[in-house]
Design a protein around this ligand. Structure first.
Ligand SMILES: C[S@@+](CC[C@H](N)C(=O)[O-])C[C@H]1O[C@@H](n2cnc3c(N)ncnc32)[C@H](O)[C@@H]1O
Length: 276
């Protein structure tokens, strides 16, 4: 038996998802995953056709739960602690001291992880700051993590991780900040709550505005799922959210020079960073 989603329907869904999330789905790569997901949802909500499901999604989803479930079903959340760790080292060793010297002492330095997925990235920032130990004694540093997927944000808040997720953390750091349990590792209680996690869509201007201004924005391994127009829109949103001289860091396969020329590119050691 085939799926309820035809190839023409796939196109309709693709356009709908793209408009709402910036995520660009390709038939060859994503048809099966989306079709399976929609069959499952149709069974759950008692819809016997794609048309009925699409109607519910667009017109009867007053609380947004159907859309949230769709988003949670299509995102790719792969992440781990200390991923591309040179970037954390550059931020803690070079960028934070620079900003610390420049910014008025009473203001916190604010760092955004967008997207945070299950929390490994913003907690890697926190761990590097704590391990460095000096700046955090002299000033407040706030770390905010956002993701469009509500499942990953719930997991991030719980702070429970698998072996796979922690494999790149140096052993002494792991022993200091995690409790081993039979099937994984939990962050110690003192660390829970040190990142402010929220469900938010980078294309939702009002959600982004509510987060306030930041000094550093990590946006790694999300833009690869967008097309050029969406990448540019997000890059400009981040520009507006940065304090003067603030920085953006992208994933290793992502280059701001291909998106917009409004940022100044800087190379520190082998790490590329982008300054407002
Ligand atoms: C591969 S993970 C990257 C996580 C982390 N930054 C890293 O590099 O390890 C990509 C994340 O982007 C999120 N995402 C995709 N579209 C988004 C959007 N429009 N707004 C916010 N988050 C989004 C997904 O839910 C997913 O968790």
């Amino acid at each position: 038996m085939g799926y309820l989603l035809s190839t023409v329907d796939f196109q309709k869904m693709g356009e709908f998802i793209y408009r709402k999330t910036g995520i660009f789905l390709e038939a060859e790569k994503h048809y099966d995953k989306l079709a399976k997901y929609i069959d499952g949802r149709c069974k759950t909500i008692g819809a016997d056709s794609f048309r009925k499901y699409f109607y519910v999604l667009r017109f009867e989803d007053k609380d947004g739960n159907e859309f949230q479930s769709l988003v949670n079903g299509i995102t790719v959340n792969e992440t781990y602690f200390y991923r591309e760790k040179e970037q954390f080292e550059v931020v803690v060793g070079r960028i934070l001291p620079e900003l610390h010297a420049k910014r008025p002492k009473h203001l916190p330095i604010r760092i955004l992880s967008a997207p945070s997925s299950t929390g490994e990235e913003p907690y890697s920032i926190i761990l590097h700051i704590l391990e460095e130990g000096k700046i955090v004694e002299e000033r407040d540093i706030e770390v905010v993590g956002i993701d469009i997927d509500s499942t990953v944000i719930s997991k991030a808040k719980a702070g429970k991780y698998t072996e796979r997720s922690i494999h790149a953390i140096p052993k002494p750091v792991l022993n200091r900040w995690f409790k081993a349990r039979p099937l994984g590792y939990d962050l110690i209680d003192d660390l829970i709550g040190t990142v402010d996690f929220k469900v938010a869509n980078v294309f939702d201007r009002s959600q982004m505005r509510q987060l306030g201004k930041f000094d550093i924005i990590f946006s790694r391994n999300m833009l690869i799922y967008f097309d050029d127009a969406s990448r540019k829109e997000v890059a400009m949103t981040f520009y507006d959210m940065l304090n003067p001289d603030g920085y953006v860091l992208l994933g290793h396969a992502e280059y701001m020079s291909r998106i917009t020329s409004v940022y100044k590119a800087k190379k520190i050691d082998s790490t590329l960073i982008y300054q407002k």
